[in-house]
Design a protein around this ligand. Structure first.
Ligand code: G6P
Length: 750
């Protein structure tokens, strides 16, 4: 096999080298021949011209003897072989020939042909080949009163053919050397660049087939096989997930445990939805295409919503409509803005919707994130409500409703699942045009109490918009209660607290908690027998430490990051023995950076981080490593796995999926989750160390407790949390929503 490759490689190279060498030889020999010939011609011309000047006076006087003597006296040196003088009648008057016997004689055959050259007007020249000799003759007319005489000069031109022969020889020798080098180099190149990496990748693939995690294996297969290795890694991950699902299914059958997997959700959705299409609408798109220099990069944005919905869409298929935000989004989608995703393994359609800058400023940055976001989160940032933002919010909702209605054309009883606070008006807009559609809206953030919500000038319109849906989902019962109370205060509607429904203008809406989750797969895709070494993770940051804690957030003021930093500071104040031993790593993705509150927050965060680091840092160590950029899942996971603890200190959070992802990643059943009591996740993950993030002392004590927690206790806690996540995963969440949506009878009640 390799020999055949070598032969193919060698023969192609040889043909290429041979043809190039021939072409070069022909060109160089031709050029040299031309140069030498013109040199010979020039020398002939000079000498004949000289002789003709000297002989002309004798001919003018009719002194033939003088002319003849002159011809005999011409010094024939080196290559000049013979001189002849012809009279106007073409009779030879005089001839002089070289006496050197080593030099070729001019044969009579050539002398006869020379006569053809004789012309009266100008000089002529010709090259002849004659029995191994190469000769040149030049004929020059010498005008006199008695007519035109002709001088002929013969020159030995063998040097031309000799030079040309040498050039061919040189090229032949060079070809010989090149061929020998090729004979040695080709197998070496094939071995080093193909055979050896191929053996390595085969060995690597074998180890993966035998259950090793691709990420934990050293990558020694070289650049050439990187795309192949990437594909194999992806395949291995898919296989791992499938294997996990199959194991879960089997376990499920044996234990009758209600665990949901992607496969089970797929089958369930198929059965429930039948052929009816499934539409999801959100502001944030799951894949953004961004220009980086000449390349286009595909990014998964930092968003809990995306983390949760992506596996659902992958399992169920459908169309996800979202705002286009990447600068290369247009060219990567078709003219209708559609693109199949995930890019590596297309499973559903992403339909991108473009909105103009002004509308986006008002709708997204303004009303959604300066108004509704602080309104719903109790984080003590004052909401800003501007009339123009509200108008743009309505406009954007209308744009998305139109895009959705267009996509839904020709479908019957479609399922529409609206996401989050960006689209409170969408359910009503859709129902007005498509009463046959089943519409649900899921509110990914908290719903505050009626007093707080009451400050929103457009609370009535928001509630009416949402109540166009058949189902309104929140993460917790508490948020459902707040919502019902808000409706009760603001609208005239029939509220049924037994079934938790709102009935208004003939539309019944079920209000229900659906605690969102993640695609728990046991962390197997990141399986590594040992946690990654801290030194390896931190080697680029010049930090040496014994333990790390990790925080992963969008850099949002609701996440309690300042409080977290202060918690780390107080931990060191209280436990100085950990100086040089514990570093907290914050992986923070910048977010909503056009909003002044977020800009101020960033400044404050950096200042606080610098202050604390300046206070404590020593050589090769500092207490806080703040990595401020968007990190991919692949970049985040090694930190999760190496961390002693994960700090989730949100001041208020609908759910917080970082907490769940940390637990999911810890298939070693080690590590401690420190979790704010103000997150939805705290209700499910009771085995975390639950804290009040405003209580800095408590955070500091929890850090110490986490670091010093015995391995058995860590294991017991992790085990229980992982069991909860296995059972309450995102597939179950989606299945619950799909179940309730398909149970709805329009006009009737659930
Ligand atoms: C929260 C919201 C999501 C949003 C995410 C990221 O989780 O509930 O709807 O996508 O934050 O925020 P961004 O503004 O970047 O979409």
């Amino acid at each position: 096999m390799v020999f055949r490759l070598f032969i193919r490689f060698f023969v192609s190279l040889f043909i290429a080298v041979f043809l190039t060498a021939c072409a070069l030889s022909v060109w160089q020999a031709g050029r040299e021949e031309k140069r030498l010939k013109s040199e010979i011609e020039r020398r002939s011309f000079d000498l004949t011209e000289d002789i003709s000047q000297k002989v002309r006076p004798f001919l003018a006087k009719g002194d033939m003897q003088g002319a003849e003597d002159l011809i005999h006296s011409v010094p024939l040196t080196d290559d000049f072989l013979r001189v002849e003088l012809y009279d106007p009648q073409g009779m030879r008057l005089a001839v002089s020939e070289h006496e050197n016997t080593d030099l070729p004689k001019v044969p009579a055959t050539i002398q006869n042909t020379t006569k053809d050259l004789i012309r009266e007007d100008s000089w002529t020249s010709r090259f002849f080949s004659e029995s191994k000799n190469f000769l040149h003759v030049c004929a020059m007319p010498v005008a006199s009163e008695s007519g035109t005489y002709v001088l002929c000069l013969y020159q030995n031109a063998s040097s031309v053919s000799e030079e040309v022969r040498k050039i061919w020889m040189q090229h032949f020798l060079r070809l010989l050397i090149q061929t020998s080098v090729l004979l040695v180099i080709t197998p070496l190149v094939i071995y080093l660049n193909v055979k050896r990496p191929m053996n390595r990748i085969a060995e690597w693939t074998k180890q993966i087939r035998m259950g090793q995690n691709p990420d934990s294996l050293p990558k020694k297969h070289g650049k050439i096989f990187e795309p192949l290795a990437d594909e194999i890694t992806k395949m291995a991950r898919s296989l791992e997930v499938a294997r996990f699902s199959a194991e879960e299914e089997a376990r499920l059958r044996l234990s009758m445990e209600p665990v949901w997997t992607a496969e089970r959700l797929k089958a369930f959705a198929r059965r429930r939805l039948k052929e009816r299409p499934f539409f999801v609408v959100s502001n944030r798109e799951p894949y953004t295409h961004i220009r980086k220099g000449k390349d286009i990069q595909c990014q998964v944005p930092a968003s809990g919503l995306v983390t949760a919905l992506e596996p659902v869409l992958k399992a169920c298929g459908g169309i996800w409509i979202a705002q286009a935000t990447g600068d290369a989004d247009k060219e990567t989608a078709d003219p209708q803005g559609r693109i199949m995703v995930p890019p590596d393994e297309p499973q559903y359609v992403l339909k991108r919707v473009w909105i103009d800058k002004e509308t986006e400023m008002g709708y997204y940055f303004g009303f959604s994130n300066e108004g509704l976001w602080p309104l719903c989160h109790v984080a003590h940032t004052r909401p800003i409500f501007r009339e123009s933002d509200w108008e743009n919010y309505m406009k954007a909702n209308r744009i998305f409703a139109d895009a959705l209605l267009e996509e839904m054309e020709g479908t019957e009883e479609p399922f529409v699942w609206v996401q989050d606070y960006h689209f409170a008006l969408l359910p009503k807009m859709i129902k007005a045009k498509r009463p046959d559609a089943r519409v649900a809206i899921f509110w990914h953030i908290p719903w505050t109490n009626p007093e707080s919500f009451g400050i929103c000038p457009w609370q009535r319109e928001l509630l009416e918009g949402m109540l166009g849906a058949d189902i309104i989902g929140f993460h917790t019962q508490y948020h459902c209660n707040n919502f019902m109370e808000t409706v009760d205060r603001v609208l005239e509607a029939r509220l049924d607290y037994e079934r938790f429904t709102v009935n208004r203008e003939g539309q019944t809406t079920l209000v229900k908690p659906f605690p969102i989750s993640i695609a728990f797969n046991g962390g197997d895709e990141n399986k590594a027998s040992n946690s990654p070494a801290i030194d390896a993770i931190l080697k680029n940051y010049g930090i040496q430490t014994e333990y790390i804690g990790v925080g992963v957030d969008r850099l949002d003021y609701t996440k309690g990051i300042l409080e977290r930093f202060r918690g780390v500071e107080m931990f060191l104040d209280k436990n100085p023995e950990y100086v040089g031993k514990f570093t907290f790593v914050e992986l923070g993705a910048p977010t909503r950076t056009l909003i002044p509150r977020y800009q101020d927050f960033m400044v404050e965060l950096l200042r606080e981080c610098d202050r604390i680091n300046a206070r404590w840092k020593i050589k090769n160590w500092k207490p806080i490593l703040f990595l401020e950029k968007h990190h991919s899942h692949e970049e985040i996971f090694p930190f999760y796995k190496a961390a002693k603890l994960c700090l989730v200190t949100s001041l208020h959070d609908g759910m917080n999926l970082v907490a769940k992802e940390f637990v999911s990643s810890r298939n070693d059943e080690q590590g401690v989750l420190i979790l704010s009591q103000f997150t939805g996740a705290a209700r499910e993950l009771a085995d975390s160390l639950v804290i009040n993030p405003y209580d800095i002392g408590q955070t500091a004590d929890s850090i110490r407790r986490a670091i010093e927690m015995p391995a058995d206790e860590q294991r017991a806690r992790m085990k229980r949390m992982r069991r909860t996540l296995r059972e309450w995963n995102v597939y179950r969440w989606a299945a619950d929503v799909i179940h309730d949506m398909t149970e709805i009878r329009p006009g009737a009640f659930v």
